[in-house]
Design a protein around this ligand. Structure first.
Ligand code: HEM
Length: 135
């Protein structure tokens, strides 16, 4: 069973680091093409939620103390970040093909805004995940 925990936590942290790291990088530099990252980012968020739910089931089922409150805060921020990336970044990246230059500039600004909001929310998530144990 120990091996299952190791694999699940490893996948959780690696996918989470990729998701949060690339979101913050894309948010910081508008030269990076957000459309190259949005699908892997949403894929990573799926892995993070799946493994995160397993971790909750393994270690926190039936408990709701201060650690779980902090984890839940991080999970809520991650959920909103996924929604923002889906609504602002993924939808704009689908409209890029075939758009004229003016429309592309507008869509890219929308994607950068989405990545910035998601990046801020994921900073909250990472902080909560990393410190929950101390509460
Ligand atoms: C950017 C996203 C995320 C990152 C980087 C991340 C990272 C981490 C890290 C490093 C830990 C280990 C904390 C420790 O052992 O002290 C952790 C624990 C945990 N994470 Fe996440 N996480 C993310 C999102 C999520 C989401 C979305 C969920 C739920 C759906 C979740 C559920 C959990 C749970 C339940 C634990 C506690 C495991 C335990 O008690 O050992 N995480 N996370």
């Amino acid at each position: 069973m120990q091996y299952v925990y190791i694999v699940v936590i490893g996948l959780h942290v690696m996918a989470g680091v990729f998701w949060a790291g690339t979101t913050i990088a894309v948010a910081r530099d508008s030269e990076i093409k957000a459309e190259h990252f949005i699908r892997p980012q949403l894929g990573a968020s799926g892995v993070v939620f799946l493994t995160g739910l397993l971790l909750w089931y393994f270690f926190h089922q039936g408990a709701f103390g201060s650690m779980e409150v902090v984890l839940a805060l991080g999970i809520a921020a991650a959920l909103i970040a996924t929604g923002v990336q889906g609504a602002l970044v993924a939808s704009a990246s689908r409209q890029l093909a075939g758009a004229d230059a003016a429309k592309q500039t507008q869509l890219r600004a929308k994607m950068t805004r989405g990545e910035r909001i998601a990046g801020l929310l994921l900073v909250i998530t990472v902080f909560c995940m990393a410190t929950a144990r101390m509460f």
